[in-house]
Design a protein around this ligand. Structure first.
Ligand code: FES
Ligand SMILES: [Fe+2]
Length: 456
């Protein structure tokens, strides 16, 4: 099917259906690269990956390679990783430290703040013809360092990052703050990168808070792969949130989260009896967090997706994951694992092992998810399959379609702990990006009319 109609035509809110084309069509995918990944705020990396002047980490924005670099003066930049002369990648390493990026092709050189430092035979070949100041590396339009996480956009008209984040900030904070309640203070202890044959939106949607897919994880839930790995402790997180009230929220920019509120007076549950030192550390974090945050300490993060393609795990395990698109049917996942920078080495090592057991290409839970995404993609590419829409009717009732703002509004039937209204919010924005709507619309202007119409 060619992409001649408006993107909104693929998304039918009256019936709660979405065309499979948006997961398999190369033409829709090209539109996403042009209209969505060039405008939305994207996660690029973490400042702990580039602590010193000259440190760099090559990252991605959409399909394109970018360089996250700390310049000589200590300022952080994000540049397109492509020489201004003939486009060669100026940096072919994953990370490192340098004073110059020297293009391997004809040796134009750039300083770490992106400016041209040298052009071979400049005097003889270019003087008077070429102003070096005009040919710096291409830099993102806006960059924001939020508690160590670096976000960037190519769109000069984009709202500032905190406006874009909106009330999802409250939830993301829980993932980025120290376990004892101090703001920020996290570091990345490793990045897992892997390629899988599925559309990037399967992953993004999953982490909006799809608890409906819990049966997929039945096996890990039965054996228990929690932090302590104690035999007989059910679940993936040592039941930390068993008594909690769970909440699901959708936000104006298209983000969606699943968080939890612990009951009043909840206590630390020591599941680390096989290692008292680790247990003591987490008990200390628990008590200190309560002391610092008071009632707010009851609020715990679980998962979320920040529109369009950055998901987080907020508690145990703790990570950010970018779903970089390769094509309509292929995605590269980058999972950045987070720990408190000042945690004891023993705790960091312990968490590293737990994270790998849970998430990433070797993680037992992520493997379950990946099977769903890649088989669903494969089974949707056929001619017959493509004629039949996906079903998003689950949360299309009027009560689930009220505009959802302000953080922790409870949605869906809490007793069932399942709702898909975050997916509705996500794909509503997705369609609007593809239709090149202005930023006020992308941040929610006009939503009331939409909700009224959909509820009719
Ligand atoms: S492509 Fe980089 S110097 Fe020619
Ligand atoms: Fe899952």
């Amino acid at each position: 099917m060619s992409f001649t109609s408006r993107a909104a035509d693929y998304v039918d809110w009256k019936r709660g259906q979405i065309s499979r084309e948006i997961y398999v069509s190369e033409e829709v995918y090209r539109q996403e690269l042009e209209t969505l990944f060039t405008r939305a705020w994207l996660f690029v990396g973490h400042e702990s990956q580039i602590p010193n002047p000259g440190d760099f980490f090559t990252s991605r924005m959409g399909e394109e390679s970018v360089i996250l670099v700390r310049d000589k003066a200590g300022e952080i930049h994000v540049f397109l990783n492509s020489c201004r002369h003939r486009g060669m990648k100026v940096c072919r390493y994953e990370s490192g430290n340098t004073s110059l990026f020297t293009c391997p092709y004809h040796s134009w050189t750039y300083t770490t703040d992106g400016r041209i430092r040298g052009i071979p035979l400049y005097k003889a070949l270019y003087e008077g013809n070429l102003d070096r100041d005009d040919w710096s590396l291409i830099e993102v339009a806006k960059l924001h360092n939020y508690k160590g996480t670096i976000w960037a956009t190519w769109d000069p008209q984009a709202p500032d990052f905190l406006t874009y984040l909106g009330d999802a900030k409250l939830h993301l904070d829980q993932a980025l703050d120290c376990r004892d309640g101090r703001p920020g203070g996290s570091e990345v202890i490793g990045v897992h990168k892997w390629i899988f044959p599925a559309n990037w939106k399967f992953a993004a949607e999953n982490f909006l808070g799809d608890t409906y897919h819990n049966p997929s994880h039945r096996s890990v839930d039965m054996i228990g792969i929690g932090p302590s790995a104690l035999q007989g402790v059910k679940g993936r997180r040592d039941n930390e949130m068993e008594e909690a009230q769970h909440i699901w929220c959708s936000f104006p920019a298209g983000h969606g989260v699943h968080s939890a509120i612990q009951p009043e007076g909840y206590e630390f549950v020591d599941t680390f009896k096989n290692d008292p030192e680790i247990g003591q550390y987490f008990r200390h974090c628990h008590e200190e967090r309560k002391r610092r945050l008071g009632e707010n300490a009851r609020f715990l993060p679980f998962v979320g997706t920040l529109f369009p393609n950055t998901s987080y795990h907020g508690r145990q395990p703790r990570s950010l994951c970018s779903w970089h698109p390769h094509s309509a049917n292929e995605t590269e996942g980058w999972r950045f694992f987070l720990v408190d920078a000042d945690a004891p080495t023993k705790v960091k090592d312990f968490l590293r092992e737990y994270y790998m057991r849970y998430s990433g290409p070797a993680g037992m839970t992520e493997q379950d998810d990946l099977e769903n995404w890649l088989y669903a993609t494969r089974a949707s590419t056929g001619t017959i399959a493509r004629r039949h829409n996906f079903n998003y009717a689950q949360s299309m009732g009027a009560s689930s379609l009220n505009p959802v703002v302000n953080g922790i509004e409870v949605k869906g039937d809490v007793s069932l702990q399942v709702t898909e209204h975050m997916a509705v919010g996500f794909y509503r924005r997705w369609a609007q990006y593809l239709d090149r709507e202005p930023w006020d619309v992308l941040l929610g202007a006009g939503d009331e009319r939409f909700h009224a119409q959909a509820a009719e």
